[in-house]
Design a protein around this ligand. Structure first.
Ligand code: PLP
Length: 374
């Protein structure tokens, strides 16, 4: 099997998540909305998982809405804005396509969309302070960038918004796509005081097709698809109970020994950074990045270099796997950071999970040496 360093794109299912998935599928087969015994049993199991996920995230249970993935969580939030009078949205220039692509429909319905730069990879509190206007209704800044790993100062940015709210006596909703932060940073939803956030199961060794939409004040949210009233009317559709239970288990697994795991991965990241720097490769991830993502510029165009690594048995990404479908997207994230096009087109993303080993990192370094030194 290939040695896998593309965990920011997706991770492999953990043993624990797999076991919980199968157990839940076999033992809780009823529909949580059914009123018979099997339905009640499934509903109780759903509630138990919601309570557990909420407690791991440090929030109240009613704030956790299970979805089919982060893209749906994001779409549900932004589409809910269509029920409101249009206003202004400030969005960072480095958002994932799941957020950025929502802007077209909002514009179509009269919303004004303005961007926050991300020079050096980070959104600045000063720029946010300057750009907030009485028209601003929503600010969207991701917690950790999926291409570079840059960790945004969400707490600082939210406090700018809160000061503005007080001075102007109006609500501004702060949404933070937190997919790459879950389990991989000391994510703190209560401490950072965001109003909404999105999470995805398959980035942390849970199954595909499960996510969470976090809403601090779920009562203020009007769904675009309440359908059969599931998830308290906030997300219609029969709940993916085995997936939800396995996702909850994956969150739990990533929260156990989180700091120690992060420290170990930080060590692997440092070893790799140092070895690649010695090969005269440029590091594109800024210093304040999650250790789980390391972006560098190779010596050849990304697709060529990543194919050469694949030939040697390594899976890396030439940007963000999701954006490989939308050509140029990850290049534009580098360019938004101020990295020249010439380097951006050589970008390679190496991403870890807690299964990444020192041995695999050493083999990857050797492969880089062979490719570069011929
Ligand atoms: N947001 C970020 C930052 C991501 O990295 C991804 C996945 O690549 C998504 C959103 C979309 O997540 P999902 O695959 O669960 O829809």
């Amino acid at each position: 099997m290939a040695i896998y360093f593309d965990n920011a794109a997706t991770t492999f299912l953990s043993k624990r998540a797999r076991e919980v998935y199968l157990y839940t599928a076999e033992n809780f087969g009823g529909n949580p909305s059914s009123v018979h015994r099997e339905g009640h049993k499934a509903k109780e199991e759903l509630d138990r998982n919601r309570d557990k996920a909420a407690s791991l995230l440090g929030v109240k249970s009613s704030s956790v809405i299970f979805t089919s993935g982060a893209t749906e969580s994001i779409t549900a939030f932004f589409s809910s804005l269509l029920w409101q009078e249009p206003g202004e949205i400030l969005i960072s220039k480095i958002e994932h396509g799941a957020v950025a692509s929502q802007m077209a429909i909002l514009k179509r319905f009269g919303w004004e969309v303005n961007t926050l730069k991300a020079k050096g990879g980070f959104v600045s509190a000063e720029e946010l302070r300057e750009k907030l206007t009485p028209k601003t209704k929503v600010v969207a800044v991701m917690a950790v960038n999926n291409v570079t790993g840059a960790i945004q100062d969400i707490k600082g940015l939210v406090s700018v918004v809160r000061e503005f709210e007080q001075a102007n006596r109006k609500k501004v909703f702060f949404f933070s796509d937190s997919v790459q932060a879950l389990g991989k940073t000391g994510l703190d939803l209560t401490g950072s005081d965001v109003d909404g956030a999105s999470f995805s199961s398959h980035k942390i060794n849970g199954p595909r097709g499960v996510g969470i939409l976090y809403l601090k004040n779920p009562n203020a949210f009007r769904s675009y698809a309440p359908a059969g009233g599931q998830e308290a009317g906030r997300r219609g559709g029969t709940e993916n109970l085995p997936g939800i239970a396995a996702f909850t288990e994956a969150i739990s697994e990533w929260c156990e020994n989180r700091a120690a795991n992060e420290e170990r991965i930080r060590g692997l990241n440092k070893t790799l950074r140092e070895a690649l720097t010695k090969l005269n490769l440029e590091i594109l991830s800024p210093e304040n990045s999650t250790p789980y993502i390391l972006s560098i510029a190779g010596t050849l165009p990304s697709e060529v270099f990543s194919r050469m690594l694949m030939d040697k048995g390594f899976c890396v990404s030439s940007g963000s796997a999701c954006s490989n479908n939308a050509k140029g997207k990850s290049e534009s994230i580098y360019e938004a950071m101020g990295i020249k096009h010439e380097l951006a087109r050589k970008a390679i993303r190496i991403s870890f999970d807690n299964n990444s080993s020192e041995e695999d990192v050493n083999l990857l370094i050797k492969a880089f040496q062979e490719i570069i030194n011929g």
